[in-house]
Design a protein around this ligand. Structure first.
Ligand code: GLN
Length: 542
């Protein structure tokens, strides 16, 4: 029977509940348990697909094409298991399911209410998300005390009662603020947060206390007294140098043994070697290389979470630390573009809308003509095609119909817009683009004699997509003998997936998002290759 571990958060948001959940799940996976992870998000959006990356951070895409919370990225990276649509449940989805059932008459005339109908639906979705695992880790988004979280907390309270003793555990992650003036760690916000939880019927079994330093015995005793949690169940979640140190930092306090005893389950010994090996590799990374990220969501690093992680992983694989220089594409111009000469590599990430596009085109041009390693991802591929078409093939008006709906040379367009090759492209009504996104994992065939093949060492790969626009097949022939090759093509043969340049140290762009499948232990072939090439670039001689 599945055991459930519920992780809630208190005091403030952004304490790293996702990373704590992922780290704990990893410790249990490394003991040989089948684990699952799920995120419950109290907001009303059906999924984060329509939310601004600047507000909510990146949208993480799963293999089955779900647009999900970025915490699912941590789950995959830390635990190495695949998430799916069932792994992220929003209040919007819960309400939508319930309203659909109500319209079908499934509730047989009853008044539909938060308790029991919404809470029953949440419980049902938790069961589906646990995928018959030995231990299901369920993270409740938001902070205890938020109005939106209440139905979720009520549902997990009911659920634990139905499961019975030692089948569920509640872990509460809180902040212990440090007051500089008096040099004291304060427990009061935690006391209040637990009080709030207890007032809705949840007594946490474990407290995970986020703070600058480890907490001492005295503080543990105080917290235990005021929160009704056993002293042995108060653990520290200290600010770590790297998020990947957290599984080891938690293990050092034997939190996993405590959880096993509470859940009354026997376990194989823990094999912590993958994280220990990882740490050793990190300690050897002395050299720093600079990668320019030419984006427009540069004000919030979480907007590019998986990308940052993938670059960082590839750095570790290559024995270097990657210093990401976020450059706002809207601010790039002729006068300041020379700064890119100081970079080891240039990356143009994904994005939507026309803001900052020309800055990205200039960066791609600079990388191509100055032999600087270039990696284009999704929009980054479309930018490369536009730049190359304008400056090498001399299609001066080359553009994507996303940025110029009437462009004479729609080298990038919606598939529906390709149909007319007479020069007049069909204009699609862009007021209703819902449901038109290419999403999730798809197969791509790779050209044998190519850089892509050198990186992947495979003729077929699967990668995740999240975009609407594609290289317009009416223009593919224009690129013949131009030095740009299409080295990865979709299974059906009509969609261009990878492009690269023949006479360049490392210039590759892909229509998919390889960053979603990079892991700290193995990195990702394309990122590993990009960083390896960037490492070889001699900056002073260029
Ligand atoms: N805006 C582009 C498209 O929709 C690229 C999307 C992306 O980079 N994820 O095709």
């Amino acid at each position: 029977m599945t055991r459930y571990v519920f992780i809630t958060g208190g005091v403030v948001s952004s304490l790293g509940k996702g990373i704590a959940s992922a780290s704990l799940a990893s410790l249990f996976k490394l003991r040989g348990f089948k684990v699952s992870l799920q995120k419950l998000d109290p907001y009303i959006n059906l999924d984060p697909g329509t939310m601004s990356p600047i507000q909510h951070g990146e949208v993480f895409v799963t293999d089955d094409g779900a647009e999900t919370d970025l915490d699912l990225g941590h789950y995959e990276r830390f635990v190495g298991i695949q998430m799916s649509q069932d792994s992220n449940v929003t209040a919007g989805r819960v309400y939508s399911n319930v309203i659909n059932k109500e319209r079908k008459g499934d509730y047989l005339g009853s008044t539909v209410q938060v308790i029991p109908h919404i809470t029953d639906e949440i419980k049902k979705l938790i069961k589906i998300g646990s995928k018959k695992s030995d231990i299901a880790f369920v993270e409740v988004g938001g902070t205890v005390g938020d109005i939106e979280s209440l139905p979720f907390l009520e549902a997990i309270r009911q659920f634990s009662l139905e499961l019975g003793e030692s089948k569920a555990l509640f872990i509460h992650l809180t902040l212990l603020p440090y007051i500089e003036v008096t040099k004291e760690i304060k427990t009061k916000p935690t006391q209040h947060s637990v009080k709030e939880l207890r007032s809705i019927g949840i007594q946490p079994d474990i407290l995970l206390c986020r703070g600058k330093d480890k907490i001492n015995n005295k503080l543990k005793e105080k917290l235990a007294l005021f929160t009704n949690v056993s002293k042995d169940a108060v653990f520290s979640a200290v600010d770590a140098k790297s998020i990947y140190d957290i599984p080891i930092l938690l293990k050092e306090q034997n939190i996993d043994n405590y959880m096993l005893s509470k859940l009354k389950i026997k376990s194989k010994p823990l094999n912590l070697k993958p994280w220990q090996d990882y740490r050793k590799k990190v300690s050897k990374c002395k050299k720093v290389i600079k990668i320019a990220m030419i984006g427009k969501y540069v004000d919030l690093e979480d907007s590019y979470k998986s990308l940052n992680e993938a670059l960082y992983h590839a750095g570790i694989i290559n024995g270097v630390t990657v210093d990401i220089q976020y450059l706002d594409s809207e601010k790039i111009n002729k006068n300041n573009i020379k700064i890119l000469r100081e970079m080891n590599g240039i990356l143009v990430p994904g994005g939507f809308g026309d803001r900052g596009i020309e800055g990205k085109v200039s960066a791609a041009h600079f990388a191509r003509t100055n032999n600087i390693p270039y990696f284009g991802i999704c929009l980054g591929l479309q930018i490369s095609i536009i730049e190359f078409a304008r400056n090498v093939i001399k299609l001066a008006k080359a553009n994507s119909t996303e940025f110029d709906i009437k462009t004479k040379n729609p080298v990038i367009a919606l598939v529906e817009e390709w149909k007319d090759s007479s020069g007049k492209n069909i204009i699609v009504d862009k007021n209703n683009l819902g449901g038109t996104m290419r999403l999730g994992s798809q197969t791509c065939n790779i050209e044998k004699n190519s850089l892509a093949y050198k990186m992947y060492k495979k003729l077929t790969i699967k990668e995740r997509h999240r975009h609407r626009y594609e290289v317009n097949s009416n223009f593919v022939n224009y690129f013949n003998d131009s030095g740009l090759i299409f080295s990865g093509i979709s299974k059906k043969g009509n969609l261009m997936e990878i492009i690269e340049l023949k006479n360049h140290p490392w210039y590759l762009a892909c229509q998919f998002h390889p960053e979603f499948t990079s892991s700290p232990i193995e990195g990702h072939p394309l990122f590993n290759g990009f960083i390896s090439a960037s490492l070889k670039r001699k900056i002073n001689q260029s």
